[in-house]
Design a protein. Structure first.
Length: 248
């Protein structure tokens, strides 16, 4: 299986949202909130987009503090400063990038809302001063955190919801990444069994490539899989077990 990035409809929607913020009227509306369900491709989109835009990518972790964020920024930018004021000034200069601002991405941003959202607020002020864009990424279930703090909520310039892939997206994903050709009926089965989640689609493609090698075929159709499971949906299994337990 190939591991290149597929520019699907979600990617195009994110790129459009980012471009709109680049041309915003109010500099302080510098936050792009990217939300979506697990497995929809949120991180892959910002990781790929961020690479092309020379963004600084930070990953939120449980218990993260402002000190952690500052240390992570220094590690990513190479900035060394003796005092907090000088450090912030150099960060602003770095992200301003001589009039070509560099974006800041905070994945799993829900971890940055502790202690009155000090981590998110610091990054927001940094992005605003530098004329940059702060991309905050989290699950849909955590999106309520944006509404908790007025000074953050009112500075969100755009919300980009990453949707579960359509059948057309799954087809594009299979066509570009799978090492064997899949017929339309089998792609539809991959879409169904994966529950339209990219990580499970990838598992299904790996399964199908092994099957094709075993059969000595360069292409597969639905008839070739004979009802076999293509990916292991652990979330569904756990949900069913929980339902069964609750029914006792």
């Amino acid at each position: 299986m190939k591991h290149s990035f597929v520019k699907n409809e979600n990617y195009r929607r994110f790129a459009t949202a980012y471009a709109a913020l680049e041309n915003r009227g109010a500099p302080e509306r510098c936050i792009l909130a990217e939300i979506g369900k697990p497995g929809a491709g949120k991180t892959r989109i910002v990781d790929n987009f961020g690479s092309s835009a020379d963004a600084v990518f930070l990953e939120g972790i449980p218990g993260m503090s402002l000190r952690y964020v500052k240390d992570a920024l220094k590690a990513e930018t190479g900035i060394k400063a003796k005092g907090g004021y000088e450090e912030f000034a150099l960060m602003v200069e770095f992200f301003s990038n001589n009039g070509k601002p560099l974006p800041i991405i905070l994945d799993e941003c829900q971890h940055g809302f502790s202690n009155k959202a000090e981590c998110v607020e610091y990054l927001r002020r940094l992005a605003e001063k530098a004329g940059s864009i702060l991309v905050l990424v989290c699950h849909t279930s955590e999106a309520h955190l944006f509404n908790r703090y007025e000074h953050i909520k009112t500075r969100i310039g755009c919300v980009c919801e990453i949707l579960q892939p359509s059948l057309a997206d799954t087809t594009l994903y299979c066509d570009e990444l799978c090492e064997v050709r899949l017929e339309a009926d089998l792609i539809a089965e991959v879409h169904r069994q994966s529950g339209a989640r990219y990580r499970l689609i990838s598992d299904a493609l790996a399964t199908l490539e092994r099957l094709a090698a075993k059969l000595g075929q360069a292409s597969l159709s639905l008839a070739d899989v004979a009802g076999m499971p293509l990916c292991d949906d652990c979330e569904k299994t756990l949900k069913n077990k929980q339902s069964a337990k609750g029914g006792k």
